[in-house]
Design a protein around this ligand. Structure first.
Ligand code: GCV
Length: 645
């Protein structure tokens, strides 16, 4: 198809519909389809629209495609697909499963109507697959409408009010259901004064959004302020019976308005947000107070473990931000109520391009843990750089079994949804990996391409793979050598500033001097962070010889002449990767420029081209600052004699 699918606009005029534009429903809509069961309004509407557009028909029996609610044993959200020769049947035990089955058929396309095959069962790996929006209701003076948002304004809020036109929320819900997401929070975890009222005075706003998400089987969650009871009671002490009663009453009110409400998300004692420490209590006390209020209704609390000292003294070399989450939470394992989920960032610091997996995830066997990843590209190019993140998430999600991943959404009111049109693939991939963590990131990208540009010539897919497959490692090459992170401009976090955070209260990240670079996090001579890992990993990371190269400087401070496993030195690696990374970005731009714009639509093509120009500029800036900085520190010349400013 053409870009005509875009031009025709899908459901929302003027908006590029991302995956599942009307043309992607052709495999279904060009056939006869029968739908059996109750509670299938959304499935029926999807099928009807597809048939209206593509010439098929909704029939009572004798169909090419049968969608049926039946007693199959799939569990929630699962479905079974079979083909007996002339009929493809999708069966599920609940309406959500049948909707996922319908979208599966769209994804598989004509193959769903090919050779006969016995029933194949599809079940999500995780019951809850959640996206958190860091959207402010009021425009925040520093963070704007969406904190760390790079896709325009909020889909839900506009300058203090619920958007007047919520059409795109319905379209967004459809996109999310089509990749498997089934839970959403619609406000920032930094809960400011207005957002605190969502729980009480402005409940009608979130009920309105919940009504729009529900047809696509997406449950509403809400970020709440731990100190919310203070306005009424003067305290938020979680062990105070009046506070517990306050949460019970407020929560009853939420469920009266939203019977299928999912629960609360809480950022407490973190970066200035209030929390239980203010009352001499711990995070189990805090989380349990809210969990007790939710339990009678079947709700859950996602309690974030992102707790660290952001007022540390850079001169104090014993304080290590990486240790913080484990130190605050691991001792609490076993004390949380059953409906508390401790939400842990995938790495021990903060969504950097390269981090080891957080040791806290393995340290709480008696607690439900959710792994949090950042779909919005705060530290990975801010949706001005192409950075396909599925390979990074896949490394974490496929090896760790948890209560389910949480992603920080990258969507906004931008016509392409995600600012950079190619960042749509990150949103899609988050949902797919949350459903099936073992999926190959390249195959997921294939799916996104197939659903977004159905019927286009192979060159579209080849170009997108060439530009995107290795883009995360390319971004790492020119920004974060061997596990050093945070060399970004303070505040907005875009672009290079090697010492930007090095002497601030927020943590210290590279410790470069004239002799060497890296953070000594060993037990033998450093901060002892390696000791937080299970023995096999602790030994691996503790050893400067065995530590994987890509994490060497995360765990060790080494001389610039230290030899890596590939035989090169650390300083030469820094030079080589920065030159190679910037060159790779220039090649990405050339590759994109060679793609005929009409195959993806002129607007899409032009937006990507403009952003690739910025990425080429940005990568060169990174290359020049990083190579110059380390040349000036080390005095070691580039072995290849390239120009270092
Ligand atoms: C919502 C990082 C970001 C903050 C964000 C915080 C968090 O520090 O820079 O904007 O706040 O993470 O995850 O709570």
């Amino acid at each position: 198809m053409s870009p005509g699918g875009f031009a025709s606009g899908g459901d929302v005029t003027g908006v590029h519909p991302a995956w599942l534009p009307p043309e992607a429903m052709r495999p279904i809509g060009a056939r006869t389809v029968s739908v059996h069961g109750d509670g299938l309004d959304t499935v029926r509407a999807e099928v009807r629209q597809a048939c209206d557009r593509h010439g098929g028909a909704v029939v009572a029996g004798g169909a090419d495609l049968v969608l049926t609610l039946s007693g199959v044993d799939t569990g929630p959200d699962g479905f079974v697909v079979s083909r007996d020769g002339v009929v493809t049947t999708v069966a599920a035990e609940d309406p959500a499963g049948l909707l996922y089955g319908l979208f599966h058929v769209a994804r598989v396309g004509e193959a769903a109507f090919g050779a006969p095959h016995p029933p194949g069962t599809h079940r999500p790996a995780h019951g809850r697959r959640m996206l958190d929006h860091w959207d402010n209701v009021d425009v925040h003076p520093v963070m704007g409408q969406v904190e760390r948002g790079y896709s325009g304004g909020s889909l839900f809020w506009d300058g203090g009010a619920l958007r007047a036109d919520l059409t795109r929320v319905t379209a967004y819900a459809r996109l999310l259901a089509a990749c498997g997401v089934n839970a959403v929070t619609v406000n920032n975890v930094n809960v400011h004064a207005t957002e605190t009222l969502l729980l009480t005075d402005r409940l009608a706003d979130i009920a309105t959004i919940a009504d729009l998400l529900r047809p696509y089987h997406i449950r509403m969650h809400l970020a709440v302020n731990f100190a919310a009871p203070v306005a009424d009671l003067g305290t938020a002490d979680p062990l105070d019976a009046r506070v517990q009663a306050w949460w019970a009453t407020a929560t009853d009110g939420v469920y009266a308005a939203i019977p299928d409400f999912g629960g609360y998300v809480v950022k407490a004692d973190s970066e200035g947000q209030p929390g239980p420490y203010g009352y001499g209590r711990d995070h189990a006390d805090g989380a349990n107070a809210l969990a007790a209020a939710l339990a009678p209704h079947g709700g859950v609390v996602h309690w974030r473990a992102f707790v660290y000292d952001h007022r540390q003294d850079w001169r104090d070399r014993t304080t290590d931000r990486a240790r913080a989450a484990y130190e605050h939470f691991a001792p609490l394992d076993g004390r949380f109520l059953g409906n508390v989920i401790v939400q842990v960032k995938h790495g021990p610091i903060d969504f950097q391009v390269r981090e080891p997996v957080s040791p806290l995830i393995a340290a709480m066997p008696a607690t439900d843990v959710a792994v949090e990843v950042q779909v919005t590209q705060e530290y990975t190019g801010q949706q001005r750089h192409v950075c396909y993140l599925a390979p990074m998430w896949s490394e974490v999600l496929r090896t760790i079994r948890t209560a389910g991943p949480v992603g920080v959404s990258n969507a906004g009111d931008d016509p392409f949804w995600t600012g950079h049109p190619l960042a749509q693939a990150n949103l899609y991939a988050f949902g797919r990996l949350a459903w099936a963590p073992d999926l190959d990131p390249r195959e997921v990208l294939d799916e996104w391409i197939g659903l977004t540009f159905p019927g286009t010539p192979d060159v579209v897919g080849e170009t997108l793979h060439a530009v995107m497959d290795d883009s995360w490692r390319t971004y790492e090459d020119y920004t974060a050598p061997l596990g050093v992170g945070f060399m970004v401009r303070p505040g907005h976090h875009y672009g290079p500033d090697v010492d930007g955070y090095e002497y601030t209260p927020w943590g210290t990240y590279h410790f470069a001097d004239r002799d060497g670079v890296g953070v000594d996090r060993t037990c033998a001579t450093g901060t002892g962070f390696t000791g937080q890992y299970p023995p096999v990993l602790a030994r691996l990371y503790e050893s400067v010889h065995d530590c994987p190269d890509e994490l060497l400087l995360f765990f060790h401070h080494v001389p610039y002449g230290h030899v890596l496993h590939d035989g090169g030195t650390v300083i030469q690696h820094i030079y080589d990767t920065h030159f190679a990374g910037a060159d790779a970005v220039a090649a990405m731009r050339d590759r994109w420029a060679a793609l005929p714009a009409d195959l993806v639509g002129p607007a899409f093509a032009a937006r990507v081209a403009d952003l690739l120009d910025e990425q080429v500029r940005g990568a060169a800036e990174w290359r020049d600052q990083i190579t110059a900085y380390f040349f000036r520190k080390s005095g070691v010349r580039d072995a290849h004699g390239r120009r270092i400013p």
